[in-house]
Design a protein around this ligand. Sequence first.
Ligand code: 13P
Length: 255
Amino acid sequence: MNKALRPAVIAGNWKMNKTRSEAKALLEELRPLCKDAGCQVIVCVPFTDLETAVAACQGSNITVAAQNCHWAASGAFTGEISAGMLAEMGVRWTIVGHSERRQYFGETDETVNKRIRAALDQGLGVILCVGELLSQREAGITAEVVSLQTKAALQGVSAQEMGRIILAYEPVWAIGTGKTATAQQAGEVCGILRGVLEQLYGSQVAQAATIQYGGSMNAGNAAELLAQEDVDGGLIGGASLKAPDFAAIIQAASR
Ligand code: 13P
């Protein structure tokens, strides 16, 4: 399949930013700026902003996502939110396995896999994040690390369910550091990930899968990164918090 036939998806990961009133203001500013977007647009907002965001995006081409979900349907998991709770409020996607969850909150390949299973079972789509640490890149084991993370995360996920999985390559050393991977580095690892999907699911699923790059992507570097054959979109942190910046990236991804 040709890159042009794959869905291009630009997702903003707001992380722990924006109160409800700030979320509403940002989305109201963003809506008109991306109404003619030639790509899919997702905003991944804090749990407390979800209801506001779903309402603010009604009737627009912006889809709302959460940043995580728990694997159990309900129960004694203080501070956690289930996939079913998200689905019921009109949330369509969730990020799973972001490196900040892996680094600071004990997320493992096993819990990533369980969270993905729960999200898919509740009808959600998943943005699955993988990426190597700087020390792993320097040790020359980037391909092994991201391949293992991907295979572990996707255990038990069917080829059909892959239609609801977006893979996001986010090198940990490029997140929030202003140090973007070069377009060549991003393209190379996204290509490796497509190869892993081909191993697991065959060429048709691999060619149809959307693979994003994330890590200091901004209005200035988006076009070059997105021009890579295997980079189908972006997962954007800092630059998604300002409507004009995010809109410029959406513009760069539009076909
Ligand atoms: P930055 O764009 O702020 O580097 O964050 C990337 C990221 O982690 C998106 O999930």
